[in-house]
Design a protein around this ligand. Structure first.
Ligand code: PHE
Length: 346
């Protein structure tokens, strides 16, 4: 083999080895073996050689052509193999990596208790109504028989939005709104937020009440007792003692304060030898809600005839019931959104 052919062989094989992409290999193939490739031109040039040199030179050129082709094919195979491996490596999914944890939410304790309360009244045929948090003086006070000079209007308790508008101090205005809009028979509960200027371990400036009322012909105090006793025994326990104490509300007559036997001492008033119960202060009873027969004055405001219809109403604090059910001693825990507290429920 002559020197120039030897040099060409060395150069071409080197460049094949250094190629790193399919494109480079194809370019080399064209450059050396293509129609105008270096080797092709040399083969064509054989015709110009003297006849006796031709067989030898032809053999060497063809041999080189074969070697170059083999190397190109071999290198192409290696390059394809490597790029496949690289792709596999890059696209690898590590299924042993831990996934992203989904935090599981749960209902707020007040929602849990409210749902339970609604459930029991729903079971007795009550429907649910709602009213505005910002009330006018008429619905929050006047029509509930709380005239302008009544002590229940004490500035200390009411948040005023304007002269005539307040943040409702109780859910009772929804009694008025419902009766204004509809005729008896009515059997309604009203869950919702209420607002009072008060803030300590057992009072929050915003808390929740469930109002309830039933209006029809011949509704009596016995109906009130039956409904509330059933309700309280469903919420607390079937054996819970329930008692009605005379009380006063401007919008009910007669009025009562409803008590249950203490959930801590079971009504005994003492927890252990001679130690009086902290929760009921030794009385054995816990005040749980206000109630009474709807005052005839209230019926006159909504243009019902008190000679024809009668009804009862009651109102309870949701936080208070939740606190007694779960032994929570500070109402502020409900509104601090401390997950360590909230995770204990539901
Ligand atoms: N509205 C009263 C309160 O907020 C509760 C109540 C409702 C009492 C209905 C009697 C009848 O304290």
């Amino acid at each position: 083999m002559n020197e120039s052919l030897e040099a060409l062989r060395g150069e071409v094989l080197d460049r094949i080895q250094q190629s790193n992409s399919e494109m480079e290999i194809e370019q080399l193939r064209v450059e050396v073996l293509g129609r105008k490739g270096k080797l092709t031109l040399l083969l064509r040039g054989l015709a110009d050689l003297p006849a006796e040199e031709r067989p030898q030179a032809g053999q060497e050129l063809n041999q080189l052509r074969r070697v170059v082709k083999e190397h190109l094919d071999e290198r192409l195979k290696v390059i394809k193999e490597q790029s496949k491996e690289r792709a596999l490596e890059e696209e690898k999914i590590d299924i042993t990596l831990p996934g992203t944890r989904w935090e599981r939410g749960r209902a707020h304790p007040l929602t849990l208790v409210l749902d339970e309360i609604i459930d029991v009244f729903w079971g007795m045929g009550f429907e649910i109504a709602r009213g505005p948090d910002i009330e006018d003086d008429y619905h929050n006070f006047e029509a509930l028989n709380i005239p302008k000079d009544h002590p229940a209007r004490d500035m200390q308790d009411t948040f005023f939005v304007s002269n005539d508008r307040v943040l409702r101090t109780h859910t009772s205005p929804v009694q008025i709104r419902t009766m204004e809009a509809r005729k008896p028979p009515l059997q309604v509960i009203v869950p919702g937020a209420v607002y009072r200027h008060d803030d300590d371990a057992t009072h929050s400036p915003m808390f929740h009440q469930v109002e309830g009322f039933m209006v029809d012909r011949q509704i009596s105090f016995a109906d009130l007792r039956g409904v509330l006793t059933h309700f309280l025994r469903q919420i607390f326990s079937a054996e819970t003692g329930v008692r009605f104490r005379p009380s006063f509300f401007p919008f009910t007559e007669p009025s009562a304060e409803v008590d249950i036997q203490c959930v801590i001492c079971g009504g005994k008033g003492v927890v252990s030898e001679g130690q009086s119960c902290r929760i009921c202060k030794g009385t054995g009873w816990l005040e749980i809600m206000g109630a009474g027969m709807i005052d005839p004055e209230v019926f006159r405001f909504v243009k019902y005839d008190p000679e024809k219809v009668s009804g009862f109403a009651f109102g309870m604090g949701v936080e208070r019931i939740a606190m007694l059910k779960y032994s929570i001693d500070d109402i502020r825990l409900f509104f601090q959104n401390d997950l360590r507290f909230l995770r204990q429920f539901g």
